[in-house]
Structure formats: structure tokens, C-alpha cells
Design a protein around this ligand. Structure first.
Ligand SMILES: *Cc1c(COP(=O)(O)O)cnc(C)c1O
Length: 415
């Protein structure tokens, strides 16, 4: 992939694209929601399907000339059904957030009640934060993780459900390092007659590969993103049983969106196809293994991890005990200087603010795609600790930056 064709007409954008490629090559992407797609997915997303209007669904479009659009969408749907075992799949949502919007639109009226995890405890904006449309349109109550355990407390969730009598319970999280008991949440929803939407945005790939229990067939609706642990390019998807198929399809189009981004649907088809290969299971297992090793390395360096560890693709470190004078944002900035890109994150019982939180969140999906295994992850954990232990020490930064560059050079992304 070269940007020569862009450069021929637009130097400025070509510079930015080339800069981004170099940035990804020369830094360690540890933002837990990021990954690197294959060149095949990149090419599908860069295809002529970006020119095509295909409002509607395969076989029932509102425009002519959709035969190839139909082919890619059918492939994406069939492969998604294979991967997750869902009865019905909609692959048109532009993003994870729009997947959630479509579910709300399908089953809620404005003013209806959502029960979801508090954002500072690992929830997501689209689960009803004040600043998000969901918080403005619906009546939102939150459940929390246990202050001591950092884990979901299913009894307290069930009690909250009884008090709040929600129309829908939202599960699935952005910064939760542990496996989720979908059945327990389903039981809480059943006991108050609420729908249950499981938003597996972060863990779509882990669920597909059997590295995390699946909510498909348990929750009424399962939403996900297609660019995090599953490497199918930017976008979203919705899964549900046949009984909700029409409501979901109608909510996505014409309820929420116009023409689907068919080039991205093509990317999803290719990425899902890749995820059906046996190598993908090995990849997903390595992602989890790498997160465990990263967590162990951080703990050995004195960090305390929310919930004490991880069984997913991410770790969440609470800096308040180990580094009381360093905020998550300061750690994020210092690490960015050495080429380790992750994010400051709120932690359960947050005492600072979302803009200057007390934790850092680090994920292994992207590094695992680059071929990092246990020894490299251990080294990365030690490098993170060296930087956070020595905030402001330019000599340490220079040493660590050199080691980061060495790791990057040994593990190129695109040839
Ligand atoms: C990332 C994420 C989303 C949304 O994804 P976008 O594609 O950025 O809209 C939704 N829900 C959860 C829990 C997430 O972590």
C-alpha cells in the first residue's frame, strides 16, 4: 500500500497518511480498543464500494446495481453467523455506538428506563452518559462494580433492577478486565421483565474464538464493534434472535442510517473470513495470554490492578496506591513520549475526574497482531513501569524509547 496516488493530487493529506503509517509502525499501540487489520481488509475498505448506494438489505434494495453489494453483505452476514452462532445479524451499523442506538430505537420509547454500568466503573458513553444522546433521551440508572473487588456484583445488580424497574439492562464494558456472567445478568433482566443488551464491543473477537463466554443466545440483543479484538475494520454489528430481526433491521435502516458503508461491510466480510481460520483462535488465545503476562509484570513492579488481574485482553492499573503523585493522564503522556500509546482511565471509586483519572488501561490485541508473545509482553510491562516510576526523567525516557524502537523494528506491521 502506497500513498502515491493520494500524493499526486494532495501532498498535505498524503503527508498525514504517511505520518500515521509511520506512527503506527514506530509505536506500541496499547489502547485496548485498537488493533491492526490485514492488508486485505484495508484494500476491501479502500474499494469502489465506497461509491455505491445500497439502501435496504440484500435482495431488497432501493437502488439498482446492487448485485455485488448484495454479495459482500451476504458474505459478511453468513460469516458473522458462523463466528458467533447468531440467528440474525445486521452488519450495517456504522459503529459500535450506532449499533447500540439502533437497539434502543428498536425497543425503547423516549423516557424509557436503561440500567447500565457507571462510566467510571467501565461502562460506555452510549450506555446512557449525560453527554450522550442515550442519556438525554432515556431515563438512566447505573449499577457499579464492587468497590473492593473491582468485579461485577450480580446480587447488587439484581437489586438495582428491582428498584429501578428498567426497560432494558445494558451489559458489556469498555474497561472491565474480567469475564462476564451473562446468565446472571439475564436472570436479573428476566426477573423484572426487561430486555437485555450485551454490548461486546471490546471482546467480539474473544467471544468468537471461545476465549470468553458468549452472550449470543442468552441476551436478547448482542451488539459489537468490528475493529477492536476482531480485525474487520471500523464499524459495528447487531445480533439477535429471529423474533427481533425485523425490528432491528428497520431500526438500522431507515430508522437511524441511510446508505450502508458498503466498503466497510466488505472489510467486515474479509475480516470475519480471516477470523474463521484456525490461526485466529491461536491469535485470540495469545491476546489473553499476553494480557495475563503484562498484568503479572506490572504487579511484580508494584502496580495494583483493578480486580487483581485479568482474564481478557486488557489490564486496568489503579495508580493511587503505587504512584499516588502520578495521575493516569500524566502516565499516559509520559508513556507517549517513549512510544507506548495507551490511555489514562477512570477506576472504580474514582477520586479524580474523567479528564485526569487515576488509572491507566492497557490492551494486548494490537501488539499480539504484531507477533508479540510472552517475552515481549513481559519486557513491555517492565518498560511501562520504568517510565511511570521515573516521571520527568529524560534519561530514562531516552533509554526506554530506544528499547521501544527496537521492539517495533523487530515486529513490523505492514510490509
Ligand atoms: C468501543 C465501544 C463502543 C463503541 O464503539 P464505536 O465504534 O467507537 O462507536 C460501544 N460500547 C463499548 C462497551 C465500547 O467499548
Amino acid at each position: 500500500m502506497s500513498y502515491d496516488r493520494v500524493r499526486a493530487v494532495d501532498e498535505d493529506v498524503a503527508d498525514a497518511l504517511a505520518g500515521e503509517r509511520q506512527r503506527q509502525r514506530d509505536t506500541l499501540a496499547m489502547i485496548a480498543s485498537e488493533n491492526h487489520v490485514s492488508e486485505a481488509v484495508l484494500a476491501a475498505q479502500g474499494s469502489e464500494l465506497t461509491n455505491k448506494y445500497a439502501e435496504g438489505y440484500p435482495g431488497e434494495r432501493y437502488y439498482g446495481g446492487c448485485e455485488y453489494a448484495d454479495d459482500v453483505e451476504e458474505l459478511a452476514i453468513e460469516r458473522a453467523k458462523d463466528l458467533w452462532g447468531a440467528e440474525h445479524v445486521n452488519v450495517q451499523p456504522h459503529s459500535g455506538s450506532s449499533s447500540n442506538m439502533a437497539v434502543y430505537l428498536a425497543v425503547l420509547e423516549p423516557g424509557d428506563k436503561i440500567l447500565s454500568l457507571d462510566l467510571t466503573h467501565g461502562g460506555h458513553l452510549s450506555h446512557g452518559h449525560d453527554a450522550n444522546f442515550a442519556g438525554k433521551l432515556y431515563d438512566v440508572t447505573h449499577y457499579e462494580v464492587g468497590a473492593e473487588t473491582g468485579r461485577l456484583d450480580y446480587d447488587s445488580l439484581a437489586r438495582k433492577a428491582e428498584e429501578a424497574e428498567p426497560d432494558i439492562i445494558v451489559s458489556g464494558f469498555s474497561a472491565y478486565p474480567r469475564q462476564v456472567d451473562w446468565e446472571a445478568i439475564q436472570a436479573a433482566a428476566d426477573s423484572v421483565g426487561a430486555y437485555h443488551m450485551a454490548d461486546i464491543a471490546h471482546i467480539t473477537g474473544l467471544v468468537a474464538a471461545g476465549e470468553h463466554p458468549s452472550p449470543v443466545g442468552v441476551a436478547d440483543f448482542v451488539t459489537g464493534s468490528t475493529h477492536k479484538t476482531i480485525r474487520a475494520g471500523r464499524g459495528g454489528l447487531i445480533m439477535c434472535g429471529e423474533e427481533h430481526a425485523d425490528a432491528i433491521d428497520t431500526a438500522v435502516f431507515p430508522g437511524l442510517q441511510g446508505g450502508p458503508l458498503m466498503h466497510n461491510v466488505a472489510g467486515k466480510a474479509v475480516g470475519f473470513g480471516e477470523a474463521l481460520e484456525p490461526e485466529y483462535r491461536e491469535y485470540a488465545a495469545q491476546v489473553v495470554q499476553n494480557a495475563e503476562v503484562l498484568g503479572e509484570a506490572l504487579k511484580e513492579n508494584g502496580f495494583s490492578l483493578v480486580s487483581g488481574g485479568t482474564d481478557t485482553h486488557l489490564v486496568l492499573a489503579d495508580l493511587r496506591d503505587s504512584h499516588p503523585d502520578t495521575t493516569g493522564s500524566e502516565a499516559e503522556e509520559a508513556l507517549a513520549e517513549v512510544g507506548i500509546v495507551l490511555n489514562g482511565n477512570t477506576v472504580p471509586g474514582e477520586t479524580r475526574s474523567a479528564f485526569n483519572p487515576s488509572g491507566i488501561r492497557a490492551g494486548t490485541p494490537a501488539l499480539t497482531t504484531r507477533g508479540f508473545e510472552e517475552p515481549e509482553m513481559r519486557r513491555v510491562g517492565d518498560l511501562i513501569a520504568r517510565v511511570v516510576d521515573n516521571i520527568g526523567d529524560e534519561e530514562v525516557y531516552a533509554d526506554v524509547a530506544a528499547e521501544v524502537q527496537e521492539l517495533c523494528d523487530a515486529h513490523p506491521i505492514y510490509e
